[in-house]
Write a protein that binds this ligand. Structure first.
Ligand SMILES: Cc1cc2nc3c(=O)[nH]c(=O)nc-3n(C[C@H](O)[C@H](O)[C@H](O)COP(=O)(O)OP(=O)(O)OC[C@H]3O[C@@H](n4cnc5c(N)ncnc54)[C@H](O)[C@@H]3O)c2cc1C
Length: 481
């Protein structure tokens, strides 16, 4: 099994240090009882990967965070920033114990600036709360991870979260205009702002985005807003083969001449599992489909939407679609999206041992990747795979499921071997080992294999500049030595 972490010595939080934390954060914001800290020991990657912190602190402002980082440096204690804990790569797990810094109380939307069309908020705002607040002003935030109802905006930035609208609007990175950050040594950095252009040296702003809490703690975010999108129409299209579905996805973009807002796919196993688990009515053609495309098109008015749906439907039928279902009312749209939105959570809920992947390949290679992954699986027994994801981005979530009732340890060893092979296959096919979930500790080994030594040594060098003592979220993305 891949080693979770290399040996690095850190000090423990003593009662005296816990007392100092009480002075900084207030006693009510410092947790030391095991039962209260338990839920901060793991994320959605699974409880079996838990590591207990020595203490959990809940920050209310940036000054407390700056003081914390100065204290942690002086005492050589690791600090792990944490949002909602919905991460799938173990990035918020305190691998080396120490202090978990929860951002849950920094959850205020500070400003909705309608003239500049930006939102300014604290990092612990639940992303969907931000979406709703800006919608009330007739504006739109385009970030949309499928965990939008639980994950925080600060962590979406820290992981450069993707989701279902990336094909049209880009990942979270595309929406961030500014950040305030406390560095691992307790300094404050103000990066970017409400301005929309900048060519002034290296972009520290973009270095922070996607750095998974290893280079700094985000304390304030300035987010780009857009005008409310036009009306949309959703199409659900069953196919007899993945190959046809992939070809159709490109044909839809070419013939409609617009990027869809979303372009998703699900395999028949994901569909049947979700439909059965949630007791939903079956999707059309469930008895003969192998894959479904689900996409959303935006148009100015009903006539334009009808024309787009017609063109897109024809593009799918040309590529072998079994049928085309157009959802033109809100209720119909909710019905067709229900299955895709719920699939990740259903899979996690239904089986105790699940390992989700997040491979990206060029869109043209999606069907080939799925076929070759199935071939890899033929070598093993007692494992099932489900595929769903963002086909418009070539971002596939191959999910390994234990069907042999293994122990935690057996599953970890077994699944990681397959997982590595699948990730490396994606990277060899012109892709990468993570499109949106990040590296955390789960994928650092495979990231090193796919990138090679030199890029990792450059990343280590950057980390050293920000964090000379290696105390902020150590053991994530790469090992410190
Ligand atoms: C059902 C389900 C569906 C999902 N769908 C998607 C999807 O479509 N797209 C996608 O991209 N992800 C998805 N995810 C993964 C996850 O929701 C995202 O990675 C999300 O951005 C994590 O947010 P969080 O608040 O839960 O952060 P956490 O898991 O708590 O932390 C994630 C990382 O951010 C760091 N961090 C947190 N706050 C800060 C801060 N203020 N400053 C610096 N670093 C910080 C942590 O240290 C950690 O490295 C899904 C997860 C689940 C369970």
């Amino acid at each position: 099994m891949v080693k979770e972490k290399v040996d690095v010595e850190y000090n423990k939080v003593t009662p005296e240090i816990a007392g100092e934390l009480g002075t900084i954060f207030g006693e009510k914001n410092v947790l030391t009882e095991v039962e209260k800290m338990e839920s901060y020991a793991y994320d959605e990657r699974g409880k079996q990967f838990r590591h207990m912190p020595d203490v959990v602190v809940k920050a209310e402002n940036e000054e407390q965070i700056a003081q914390l980082m100065k204290l942690a440096n002086a005492e050589h204690i690791p600090v792990t920033p944490r949002g909602a804990g919905s991460g799938l790569a173990g990035a918020a797990v305190p691998l080396y114990g120490g202090i978990v810094l929860s951002l849950e109380k920094m959850n205020k939307i500070l400003e909705l600036d309608e003239i500049n069309m930006v939102a300014v908020c604290e990092p612990g705002v639940v992303t969907n709360d931000l979406c709703k607040a800006v919608a009330d002003k007739g504006l739109f935030y385009a970030g949309y991870p499928m965990s939008v109802e639980s994950s925080y905006i600060g962590s979406n930035i820290a992981t450069n979260a993707g989701g279902a609208k990336v094909i049209k609007y880009g990942s979270t990175r595309s929406h961030v205009l500014g950040l305030e950050v406390i560095t691992p040594t307790g300094e404050k950095l103000s990066l970017g702002g409400k301005r929309r252009k900048e060519t002034s040296g290296y972009s520290l702003l973009h270095l922070m985005i996607g750095s998974e809490g290893t280079l700094g703690i985000i304390t304030k975010v300035i987010i780009n807003l857009m005008p409310t999108p036009n009306a949309t129409v959703d199409l659900l299209v069953p196919f007899g083969s993945f190959d046809d579905a992939v070809k159709a996805s490109s044909n839809v973009i070419r013939t409609t001449k617009v990027y869809p807002v979303s372009m998703e796919f699900m395999d028949i196993f994901s569909v049947k599992t979700t439909v059965e688990h949630l007791n939903l009515p079956p999707l059309p053609a469930q008895d003969k489909a192998e894959a479904y495309l689900l996409f959303t098109l935006e148009g100015k008015n009903r006539d334009e939407l009808d024309e787009l749906a017609e063109t897109a439907g024809t593009a799918c039928l040309e590529m072998g679609a079994l049928d085309v279902f157009v959802a033109s009312t809100k209720t119909e749209s909710e019905k067709v999206w229900n299955v895709r939105i719920n699939t990740p959570a259903v899979v996690l809920e239904k089986w105790p041992h699940v390992l989700g992947g997040d491979v990206v390949v060029p869109r043209s290679e999606t069907a080939e990747f799925i076929g070759r992954t199935k071939k890899i699986l033929e070598k093993y027994s007692g494992v099932q795979i489900s595929f769903y994801g963002h086909i418009g981005d070539g971002n596939i979530h191959p999910v390994l499921i234990d069907t042999a009732n293994r122990t935690d340890k057996e599953w970890m060893e077994f699944s990681e071997t397959i997982y590595e092979e699948v990730c490396l296959l994606g990277s060899q096919m012109g892709g990468t080992v993570s499109g949106e979930h990040g590296i955390g500790f789960a994928k650092k080994h495979v990231l090193g294999q796919s990138l090679g030594n030199y890029p990792i040594s450059v990343m280590r060098g950057i980390k050293k500049v920000f964090d000379p003592d290696g105390i902020l979220n150590p053991g994530k993305i790469f090992d410190l030595k």
